[in-house]
Design a protein around this ligand. Sequence first.
Ligand SMILES: [Zn+2]
Length: 319
Amino acid sequence: MADLRGGIDLGGTKIQTAIVDAGGEVLGEARHPTPTSGGPEDVATALESALREAASAAGVEPKDLEGVGVGSPGDADGKTGVVSGARNLPGWEGSFPLGETLSQALGAPVRVGNDVQVATEAEFHLGAGREFQSLIGVFWGTGVGGGIVLDGRPWLGRGAAGEIGHMVVKRGGAKCPCGRKGCMEAYAGRSAMEAEARRQHGEGAKTDLFKLMNKHDKDRLTSGIWERALDHGDHLAEKLIDRAIEALGTGVASAVNLLDPEAVIIGGGLGVRFGERYMDPLVEEMSKHLFVDERPPAIRVASLGDLGGAIGASLLFAN
Ligand SMILES: [Zn+2]
């Protein structure tokens, strides 16, 4: 079945796989937790079994697929299939030949790409960005990732383009998980927001965020916990989300000033959950910084949901 492709979205907490036909239709899918110990070989084994499960759901053998694409964190080299420095995966500080390893295991060709870039391309070809020729994808989740499509083609730079979360929105500002200061992600990333909530809570700020986290048996402030706190009118949650929106508006507007894209697609766990709810404040924050403010880009919430990354990875075999 030469027109079927596999897609794998390799995330820090979960592995999502899908078997996708030439029209972008998902015929089978599977989701497994990402191994939290071991090393790249163990992650590769988990990818293989998750892909086999999706293939079996679609009634196809992996070896009969046209190819399998992997959207990976870290530095994913599309030419060699090597993934380096995927620091949120166990034991993956160095380089690992993921493409070759997985290709041997599955008996099908494998290509690797950046996870956020492939999710952006999925929205561009099949999702919220279909009607546009140029766009920026902003994936607002644990961190803030970005992807770029210009004139219908991905812009990868020298391999590291799209790091919109590390656009500086305040010189000498808050410490970012990347170790630098004042990045957009230092204010808007879920992980940085949680650190700031803990700090302020520790200093006596009143909030139900951590009570809600314990009540719902979570070990971190998920987007769902933030939403519940906001629904209860939690002041600290409101303050930190407003601060995140302000940072996003500033950073995204700066990126728009540079590239002048037709659209901005907001995805990611927080983006999908809060994109519509905070659309007006986000547009307002952006408008303060847009150099050409009479024709702002369209802002859309990503429409492919949790499967976007896997579908986007399958598109690594689209041409
Ligand atoms: Zn940073």
